[in-house]
Design a protein around this ligand. Structure first.
Ligand code: ATP
Length: 239
């Protein structure tokens, strides 16, 4: 592809105390791509995403974002530059309303009119949030909270959105809805890195995918290509 590289991860290592969770990961994400990262529980996917977005410190390696090293930079700082993660478990502000949560997502912005227009835009993408805009976030269903978490992240105008298991624990109908929304956000031009348990659905919508095992990338390729790979099918698609 001739699209510019937005994120370049080289030899990334991350440890928790003495435990090396990520052991030398290389990845590249180009502008406008939807990349998926799949692998079994404990493979190091979440750790990799947290290191990329500045909420965990790397032990070794480097990450370039927009052509510059972001090593050592913190999550708040990186959100300002458009590198934003929606963590698993969503982390919405339970005691704030939907609207207040969305506004919190815009904390880096000063353009009041733009922010208001974007709240409306989020309500257009997520009609359910409009219906409940004055409801406390903590009283919403898991799927609704996931949508709110994505909406809040979008309010910061991300260039790259990293989603950690957005369909986790949701009903089949909600899972469909979440995948639809991921595709909508991708269609808006936001670059996406998607970590998913639901490997077949993630690969089906991804431009490219990486397979992670025990802290290392073991396979990489086009979404379709990985979906049809017998090793991927045997290990992650239950065949
Ligand atoms: P899952 O799908 O289960 O979330 P994952 O691929 O995202 O898996 P990580 O959550 O990145 O994997 O975990 C990688 C390894 O690091 C695991 O062995 C895990 O037990 C360990 N680990 C994760 N978080 C911590 C922590 N805070 N302290 C110590 N070890 C951790």
């Amino acid at each position: 592809s001739s699209r510019p590289v937005l994120l370049k991860v080289r030899g990334l290592k991350v440890a928790y105390g003495g435990i090396q969770a990520v052991k030398g990961v290389d990845m590249e994400v180009r502008e406008g791509e939807l990349i998926t990262l799949i692998g079994s529980n404990g493979a190091g996917k979440t750790t990799t995403m947290k290191a990329i977005t500045g909420s965990l410190i790397m032990n070794d390696g480097d990450i370039e974002y927009l052509g510059r090293s972001i090593r050592g930079r913190g999550a708040w700082d990186l959100v300002r530059e458009g590198l934003v993660m929606v963590p698993e478990g969503r982390g919405v502000f339970a005691r704030m309303t939907i609207t207040e949560n969305l506004l919190m997502g815009a904390y880096t912005r000063r353009d009041k009119a733009g922010i208001e227009a974007d709240v409306e835009k989020m309500f257009a993408i997520f009609p359910r949030l409009r219906e409940r805009k004055d409801q406390l976030a903590g009283t919403m269903s898991g799927g609704e909270q996931q949508m709110l978490a994505m909406g809040r992240a979008l309010m910061s105008q991300p260039k790259v959105l990293l989603l950690d298991e957005p369909s986790m624990g949701l009903s089949p109908i909600m899972v469909d809805k979440i995948f639809e929304v991921v595709r909508d956000v991708y269609a808006l031009g936001v670059t996406i890195v998607l970590v998913e348990q639901n490997a077949s659905r993630a690969l089906a919508i991804a431009d490219r995918g990486y397979v992670m095992e025990s802290g290392l990338i073991t396979m990489a390729g086009g979404g379709r290509e990985l979906l049809e790979d017998p090793r991927v099918r045997a290990a992650y698609l239950g065949e």
